[in-house]
Write a protein that binds this ligand. Sequence first.
Ligand SMILES: C[S@@+](CC[C@H](N)C(=O)[O-])C[C@H]1O[C@@H](n2cnc3c(N)ncnc32)[C@H](O)[C@@H]1O
Length: 224
Amino acid sequence: MFGEIAPKYDRLNHLLSLQTDRYWRWRTVRKLDPQPHEPILDVCTGTGDLALAFYRATRGSAPIVGSDFCPEMLEIANQKRDRLGISGDLTFLEADAQDLPFPDDYFQIVSVAFGLRNVADTDRGLREMTRVCQPGGKVAVLEFSMPTWQPFRGIYSFYFRRILPKIGQWLARNSSSAYSYLPESVGEFPSGEALAVRMREAGLRVVNYYPLTMGVATLYVGEK
Ligand SMILES: C[S@@+](CC[C@H](N)C(=O)[O-])C[C@H]1O[C@@H](n2cnc3c(N)ncnc32)[C@H](O)[C@@H]1O
């Protein structure tokens, strides 16, 4: 499914979120406050936007890895890297988030944006992210959630469940159900305290979470 939508993923993402996805990634990087020289990992990196945001924030002074199991997504990430003329330490590599090819306690930050929901075994993904994070480091999950405040919840819910899948499918011009899968998977995925509990069970302590844009997305940050 991701291979099929990869060429149009960025354009659709920015359009369907009315560019808000850029702001969410910016907020994520700000909250995580990456330090120079210590490595950062972004899993389920897709076309690499969060990895690129880390690269900009650290001005290329920290080694950054973006990993994903979908080669078509990584190809776009690499094209972007080349287009931006980045010659520094930013690498995209193919890896399953449930079985990361990195040593224990290695990265200062391990992040995932709009990806954990798609990982087949959420807890295994969280445990792997925690394993490769340094003690004292941060594991961050940026994920869609449903706003709680009415009447915004009702309006957003209508857009998300009825309008977005239709526009997405029409613009992506394919028969795949990627954009009806989105609201379904968000509805089924744990959010708020329920996800924070799963992060604690994966070995993180002090898990805090921050609703963004009235709860359309939530940023979860845990310390190892
Ligand atoms: C919705 S995209 C998010 C991409 C990017 N992080 C962003 O913020 O736009 C989800 C990504 O997760 C990847 N993915 C899903 N399950 C995965 C897994 N088990 N291991 C690695 N990548 C996975 C998909 O290939 C896809 O690129």
